[in-house]
Design a binder for this molecule. Structure first.
Ligand code: TRP
Ligand code: SF4
Length: 338
C-alpha cells in the first residue's frame, strides 16, 4: 500500500463564507478528506488574518464560523484534522528558522506584496512582508505533500518549495517539496461584465456574494436584482449569455440540459431573465440545503467546535514538534536548558 499523502490548506478568518468559498475551497476540502489517499490538515490562519484585519472582535467572531463551515460541508475527521494556526505556536518558531533562509529579494518580488504596496503604501506592516514565510512554516511544519490553493497563492507555494530545497541542500534532505494541486476554481460574483469581458470573482470585499448563511429567500432576492446582459432591456430582446454573470454561475450548479436551455432561451429571447434566475436560485439553494441544515444544527452545539479544535491542535503539534526538533538540531539550535 502506498502511503497517504498529506494535504494541507488554510483559510483566513476574514468574514462570512460565500458560495465562491464553498465551491472553490470548502466543498473541495470536504471531498478530499473523504478520499482514503489523503490525510487532510485544514486550519484557520488567524495569524495571517492579523496582517490585514485589526478588529479583534471580528476575528473572534469569524473563526468559529469558519470551523462550522468545514464541518457542515462534511469534512471527514477520521483521518484528517482541523485546527487553529495560533493554537500551534511552533509555527512561528519554524517561521523564524525559515526566515533566515529566505532572501528579502524573493519576498519583495512576490505579486501579492507588490500589489499591496502599490494600493496601500501606508499600511505595509512587517507581518505582510513576512506573510509567505509563515505560510511556508504552515506547510513545511507538518511536511505536507500537496497544497490546494487558488492561483493567487501559487507564488507563495513556490517560495515554500524553494525553502524546502534550500534547507535540504544546506542541512541534508528532510522536507518533501510540496506540490500545488490544480487550481481552485474562482467562482464569479453577482457583478456586471468588466472591461476585459470577465466577471469579478465572488469576494467578501466586493459585495457581490451569495453567503452560505443566507436563507433561500435571501439568496433569491440577491439573484433577482443581480445585473444581467445589459443588451437585454426588454423581455423580447435576445441576449448573450456570455455577457451575464447569471449564466456564468449556472455553469457551477446546473445540468447540461439546463445550461443549453438557458443559452438558447437567452439568445432567442425564448425565456425571460426571471425564468433563468429562478432556475439558478433553485439549484444553488438545492445544492446548499444539506449544508445549511447541518450548519444550523452544529451551531447549537458549541462543544463540537471545541472538541474538534482540541484534537486538531493535538495532532498538529505532534507533527510540528517532530519537524522543529529535527530542524533545530540540524541548524545548530540545540535545547540547552532542558
Ligand atoms: N494565504 C492563504 C490565502 O489567503 C491562506 C493560507 C495561510 C494558506 N497559510 C496557508 C493556504 C498554507 C495554504 C497553505 O488564501
Ligand atoms: Fe442572463 Fe439568463 Fe437573462 Fe440571458 S436570460 S441575460 S443568461 S439572466
Amino acid at each position: 500500500m502506498t502511503q497517504m499523502k498529506t494535504v494541507l490548506s488554510g483559510i483566513r478568518a476574514t468574514g462570512t463564507s460565500h458560495l465562491g468559498n464553498y465551491i472553490g475551497a470548502i466543498a473541495r476540502f470536504a471531498r478530499m478528506s473523504q478520499d482514503p489517499r489523503y490525510r487532510c490538515l485544514f486550519f484557520v490562519a488567524d495569524f495571517h488574518t492579523l496582517t490585514t484585519l485589526k478588529e479583534a472582535e471580528q476575528i473572534k467572531k469569524h473563526l468559529p464560523n469558519m470551523v462550522l463551515d468545514y464541518l457542515a460541508a462534511g469534512v471527514d475527521l477520521s483521518h484528517s484534522a482541523i485546527y487553529v494556526q495560533s493554537d500551534v505556536p511552533q509555527v512561528t518558531e519554524l517561521a523564524w528558522l525559515l526566515s533566515c533562509l529566505t532572501p528579502v529579494t524573493h519576498l519583495e518580488g512576490l505579486p501579492t506584496y507588490k500589489d499591496k504596496r502599490e494600493k496601500h503604501p501606508e499600511d505595509i506592516n512587517a507581518g505582510l512582508f513576512n506573510y509567505p514565510v509563515l505560510m511556508a512554516a504552515d506547510i513545511l511544519g507538518p511536511r505536507a505533500d500537496l497544497v490546494p490553493v487558488g492561483s493567487d497563492q501559487k507564488p507563495h507555494i513556490e517560495l515554500t518549495q524553494s525553502l524546502a530545497r534550500r534547507f535540504n541542500n544546506l542541512y541534508g534532505h528532510y522536507f518533501p517539496v510540496p506540490g500545488v494541486l490544480p487550481d481552485m476554481v474562482l467562482v464569479p460574483g453577482l457583478s456586471p461584465m468588466d472591461e476585459r469581458g470577465g466577471f469579478a470573482k465572488m469576494g467578501k470585499s466586493d459585495g457581490n456574494t451569495i453567503n452560505l448563511g443566507d436563507t433561500p429567500e435571501q439568496t433569491w432576492d440577491k439573484i433577482r436584482v443581480a445585473p444581467t446582459d445589459p443588451q437585454r432591456v426588454h423581455r423580447t430582446d435576445p441576449g448573450n449569455p456570455d455577457h451575464c454573470c447569471i449564466f456564468a454561475l449556472h455553469q457551477y450548479v446546473s445540468t447540461p440540459e439546463q445550461l443549453a436551455w438557458s443559452r438558447e432561451g437567452c439568445m432567442s429571447a425564448g425565456i425571460g431573465c426571471m425564468d433563468c434566475k429562478r432556475v439558478l436560485a433553485d439549484n444553488i439553494n438545492h445544492m446548499l440545503a444539506e449544508f445549511r441544515e447541518r450548519r444550523m444544527q452544529l451551531a447549537q452545539k458549541p462543544d463540537v467546535i471545541r472538541d474538534v479544535l482540541v484534537e486538531g491542535k493535538r495532532q498538529a503539534e505532534v507533527l510540528f514538534n517532530e519537524t522543529i526538533e529535527h530542524v533545530r538540531e540540524r541548524m545548530g539550535i540545540r535545547r540547552w536548558g532542558s
